[in-house]
Design a protein around this ligand. Structure first.
Ligand SMILES: C[S@@+](CC[C@H](N)C(=O)[O-])C[C@H]1O[C@@H](n2cnc3c(N)ncnc32)[C@H](O)[C@@H]1O
Length: 184
């Protein structure tokens, strides 16, 4: 119901309230805020570790040169949190692993990507990622020439790649298949 209302609201006012979701963020707060400024109005950071809370607050307090977007921190398991999200427009995800200190969550694998897609706007969205914790070749297919069609969505790299050279982040468009425009 709430999701439906958010969708209706966005359809009527397409330029309002774009939201990014960054699961397993740890202390990676400031740079993503800077990179996502201009793309979204709200960023939802999520991590399982409750001891990060005070350090998140400290980092935020020290960002004084920016008009901050709305920031939400969620302490919790990203698998559960992604079920409870309302609408998101951007997935931001990087520098995770299956090794020590990593979440071992395959955010770019079907088990998490698929439920996350339910929260993407039908107008489509973006993924900014370095490809960490992909599974089933999802990431390498997303960035290949023809992209990836999966779960009713098309993933492909955008022509602009503003964060690749400096940050190793790919910008990937996420388009609902029925909304694809085919040009000849
Ligand atoms: C390798 S660190 C992520 C580093 C961060 N992305 C960066 O760029 O600095 C992995 C993080 O995932 C968090 N984590 C582990 N399991 C998780 C889960 N199930 N849900 C959410 N966060 C989780 C850990 O607490 C840890 O902070």
């Amino acid at each position: 119901m709430i999701n439906g209302m958010v969708k209706l609201f966005k359809a009527l006012l397409p330029d309002v309230m774009k939201t990014a979701f960054y699961p397993c963020c740890s202390l990676d707060i400031e740079e993503p805020i800077r990179l996502l400024t201009g793309y979204v109005d709200k960023i939802i950071f999520c991590d399982l570790n409750p001891s990060l809370r005070s350090r998140w607050t400290h980092i935020l307090k020290n960002i004084t040169d920016l008009n901050l977007p709305e920031i939400e921190f969620i302490v919790g398991d990203a698998r559960k949190v992604c079920e409870q999200l309302t609408e998101i427009d951007i997935l931001f995800y990087r520098r995770d692993s299956t090794g020590e200190g990593g979440s071992a969550l395959f955010v770019l694998g079907d088990m998490i990507l698929r439920p996350l897609l339910k929260h993407f706007s039908s107008d489509g969205g973006l993924i900014f990622t370095d490809g960490s914790n992909s599974r089933g070749g999802n990431f390498s297919k997303m960035i290949r020439r023809n992209g990836l069609i999966k779960h009713g969505w098309k993933f492909s790299t955008t022509t602009d790649q503003p964060y690749f050279e400096e940050y190793g982040l790919w910008k990937i468009s996420v388009v609902m298949l029925e909304y694809q425009v085919i040009k000849f």
